[in-house]
Design a protein around this ligand. Structure first.
Ligand code: PLP
Length: 485
């Protein structure tokens, strides 16, 4: 597609940036171009196209870290070319990961002696951590059932209907039935009594969430533990608990130290946390820690030696970057307990200021709780004239990205919530509000902002609309013109 006069063939260096032939013809989207272009042109074209993305610092849609100190940015860039899996080649990076695992395990009160090392692993995020924890539970349950000569083909897992989508993924990919405790109007987390009542001999674990995705609320892990304890004693089963502390794992230890949700409770056998949420690291890092070595079946651990010495690994993928591990270590030693506490306190205070401001308008119901992930989830009291999706759209015009989403079935007519919370990064004095992730974007948007140059129509997705519950960016950001390249 020629956009204007055919460019002349003179030396690229004489053309001004926006008149060279590289910016005057359309960009290929399906096939790799035949010939090369200068690096400056490639940079300019891509950098300009990326300007249409949202601004991460104004993105309140997930709990993920959007700012780190320049010193840490330097460490990240210096290690961006290190493959984490080359442990023999980069032993110090491996050592830093192990230190992080130990620090996090202690933070979660793992029952470790002074000289004992913790059992855990760095992952790409909580999703990978949850797959690993789930696999360990499934394998342990199967081993026990086999030993007892009982069938082991119908494992199930108990969660609330508010679970993050990665649990549904785990269940589908690894063939475990997901038994969801229904929510009800005004109660948006898993009910401990109902959850434990649903446990049967095929239950591989009960997954509790410390920081529900929908409204940041902490589930009552202590009560679940006490109920499970009673049920296990009555039945002779040993149904364990996993805590999905993706967002709350770096909050509770600092601002709710008395809250018992972690390895202080005997039936909690593994915990995951996202390093890239309140762990204060850029996206790409999570952690899974197990209570003891016995909770992680040996046969799930692979030993590789072709990169050098024998290295035990338990991850889903092989290669990955090292930067995030190093950045997590930086945050842990840079801030220390005191620093994390100050940041989390500040996030909490920010959330309270936002909540009070919203309440003062008299127009909103607050759906989040004061104790929980520092975020504010709210709905409109009166949505006869406007709904939460319109508020989200309006805020987007000013650059703010605040998600609107519906609650799961059974709590459905509380539908359409917008949430906002202080970003962990806001601690350093800016007024950035971040967060409140939402897993559900049920309404594809019909209006298209007048963006997009003619040369970047959206690449159509091969998936029919509706296979994803998320609002699809391709349809909300770009003009739906026909592809040309
Ligand atoms: C964010 C989140 C996840 C998924 O974590 P990632 O680190 O994004 O993979 C899982 N569970 C809960 C409760 C979450 O908040």
């Amino acid at each position: 597609m020629v956009l204007s006069r055919p460019p002349s063939d003179t030396d690229v260096s004489v053309h001004s940036t926006f008149a060279s032939r590289y910016v005057r013809s359309s960009l290929p989207r399906y096939r790799m171009p035949e010939s090369s272009i200068p690096k400056e042109a490639a940079y300019q074209i891509i950098n300009d196209e990326l300007m249409l993305d949202g601004n991460p610092r104004l993105n309140l849609a997930s709990f993920v870290t959007t700012w780190m100190e320049p010193e840490c940015d330097k460490l990240i860039m210096a290690s961006i070319n290190k493959n984490y899996v080359d442990m023999d080649e980069y032993p110090v990076t491996t050592e830093l990961q192990n230190r992080c695992v130990n620090m996090i395990a202690h933070l979660f009160h793992a029952p470790l002696g002074e000289s004992e090392t913790a059992v855990g692993v760095g992952t790409v995020g909580s999703s990978e951590a949850i797959m690993l924890a789930g696999l360990a539970f499934k394998r342990r349950w199967q081993n026990r059932r086999k030993a007892e000569g009982k069938p082991f083909d119908k494992p199930n897992i108990i969660t609330g209907a508010n679970v993050q989508v990665c649990w549904e993924k785990f269940a589908r990919y690894f063939e475990v039935e997901l038994k969801e405790v229904k929510l009800r109007e005004g109660y948006y987390v898993m009910d401990p009594e109902q959850a434990v009542a649903m446990v049967d001999e095929n239950t591989i674990c009960v997954a509790a969430i410390l920081g529900s995705t929908l409204n940041g609320e902490f589930e009552d892990v202590k009560l679940i533990n006490d109920l499970i304890d009673r049920k296990n004693k009555e039945t002779g089963w040993d149904t364990p608990i996993h805590v999905d502390a993706a967002s709350g794992g770096f909050i509770a230890p600092f601002i709710y130290p008395e809250l018992e949700w972690d390895f202080r409770l005997p039936w909690v056998k593994s915990i995951n946390v996202s390093g890239h949420k309140y762990g204060l690291v850029y996206p790409g890092i999570g952690w899974c820690v197990w209570r003891t070595k016995e909770d992680l079946p040996d046969e799930l651990i692979f030993h590789i030696n072709y990169l050098g010495a024998d290295q035990p690994t338990f991850t889903l993928n092989f290669s990955k970057g090292s930067s995030q591990v190093i950045a997590q270590y930086y945050q842990l030693i840079r801030h220390g307990f005191e620093g994390y506490r100050n940041i989390m306190e500040n996030c909490h205070e920010n959330a309270m200021v936002l909540k009070e401001g919203l309440e003062k308008t008299g127009r909103f119901n607050i759906v989040s709780k004061d104790q929980g992930v520092p975020l504010v989830a709210f709905s409109l009291k009166d949505s006869t004239r406007h709904d939460e999706f319109e508020i989200s759209d309006m805020l987007r015009r000013f650059g703010w990205i605040v998600p609107a989403y519906t609650m799961p079935a059974d709590a459905q007519h509380a539908s359409g919530r917008s949430s906002a919370a202080p970003s962990p990064s806001a601690s350093s004095s800016t007024s950035t509000w971040s967060c409140a992730s939402s897993t559900r974007y049920p309404r594809p948007r019909s209006r298209h902002p007048p963006c997009c140059r003619r040369r970047c129509p959206p690449t159509p997705s091969p998936w029919p609309t509706g296979t994803s519950t998320r609002r699809r960016h391709a349809s909300s950001l770009c003009l739906p013109t026909r592809p040309t390249a």
